[in-house]
Design a protein around this ligand. Structure first.
Ligand SMILES: C[S@@+](CC[C@H](N)C(=O)[O-])C[C@H]1O[C@@H](n2cnc3c(N)ncnc32)[C@H](O)[C@@H]1O
Length: 311
């Protein structure tokens, strides 16, 4: 899968998140995911040159920098992403200063000379790119015996199952029930003072009730309901154009979130895709060291681990 339209990600990273899962991992990845990367970086040699591809706001690069500092590893760390990333100010400055960031950089076309890195890593990123071309690029960039380690979304993982369910809810709010555009009709009716304003209100209430009835218990639906209730309540007292602009902003936010969830679902690797990539990797001269599911402490598959070494 290739994401040629990074706008939704640029929007997300410019909000200052450090990880993709901003509510579950607001400071950086921890638990099973954090431990995985910490162990990996701990086992790398001093002075390793590391590249984090599809790095987002640099969560994994920052974990590498932490290990480098606490264990005096003196890593040289680069991190690139297709989007216009903006590593957040709340991430420790000392860590950020040790990472060279490369925004607007496709995974499959990196600006580094051949054999620049001892290790290339990717956390839920490689699979978003044109994977066969990215594999070739990784092979070009790695030194002999260098390693490529990726945690990828897998079609069977609980994260992807959750993304499917959330994407369906966002789609119901945005497309099926058109909650935001119906709210705008209500606000326009209210502002005009027309006696016919009850009609759009009744239509809006009907749509909201249908949405709540179908999805109301899900956290992502609750988030949408709260946002719409807030927009409706806070509209009074504002000029109509401000009311409408606020609804547009909220709709854009949920549209981008929906798009990111759709990217995530499309990017997820099936067993067949993994098998094809494994063939590609072998043909390129990689040795497959590890390929297995990453299982959380709750016993759920949360990613696919891929560890290759370059001949
Ligand atoms: C799920 S996020 C992962 C970010 C980060 N690695 C993390 O774990 O928080 C996927 C990232 O892939 C990036 N991306 C998508 N297609 C890409 C491509 N072709 N080349 C480089 N980055 C890409 C997106 O901009 C986004 O930042």
């Amino acid at each position: 899968m290739s994401d040629q339209n990074p706008e939704a990600w640029t929007h997300f990273w410019r909000q200052g998140h450090i990880t993709t899962f901003a509510t579950s991992f607001s400071n950086n990845y921890d638990g099973t995911l954090g431990n995985f990367w910490q162990n990996y970086f701990t086992n790398l040699a001093t002075h390793s040159r590391i590249l984090d591809i599809a790095c987002g706001n640099g969560a994994i690069a920052a974990l590498a920098a932490q290990v480098s500092m606490s264990q005096t590893k003196e890593f040289h760390i680069c991190a690139s992403d297709l989007a216009q990333i903006q590593p957040p100010a709340n991430l420790e400055r000392a860590l950020l200063d040790t990472i060279d960031f490369y925004p607007e950089t496709p995974a499959q076309q990196q600006p580094f000379p051949s054999q620049s890195f001892d290790a290339i890593v990717s956390n839920f990123g490689f699979e978003y790119s044109e994977t066969p071309a990215t594999l070739k690029e990784i092979k070009r960039l790695l030194v002999s015996q260098g390693s490529f380690v990726a945690l990828c979304h897998h079609t069977e993982s609980t994260l992807i199952q959750q993304a499917e369910s959330d994407a369906a809810i966002y789609q119901a709010a945005l497309d099926t029930h058109q909650l935001f555009s119906t709210l705008k009709t209500v606000l326009r009716g209210r502002a005009s003072g027309s006696t016919a304003q009850n009609k759009p209100s009744a239509a809006f209430n009907k749509k909201m009730n249908a949405f709540i009835g179908a999805h109301g218990k899900q956290p992502s639906a609750k988030e949408i309901i709260q946002s719409i209730s807030h927009l409706a309540r806070s509209a009074a007292g504002n000029p109509l154009e401000v009311q409408l602009a606020n609804v547009d902003d909220a709709e854009k936010e949920f549209t981008f979130a929906s798009r990111r969830l759709q990217h995530m679902q499309k990017a997820a690797l099936s067993d067949a895709a993994i098998s094809q990539l494994t063939t590609n990797a072998t043909e390129l001269g990689f040795a497959i060291q590890v390929q297995r599911p990453l299982i959380s402490t709750a016993g759920q598959t949360i990613a696919w681990v891929w560890h290759l070494t370059a001949h």
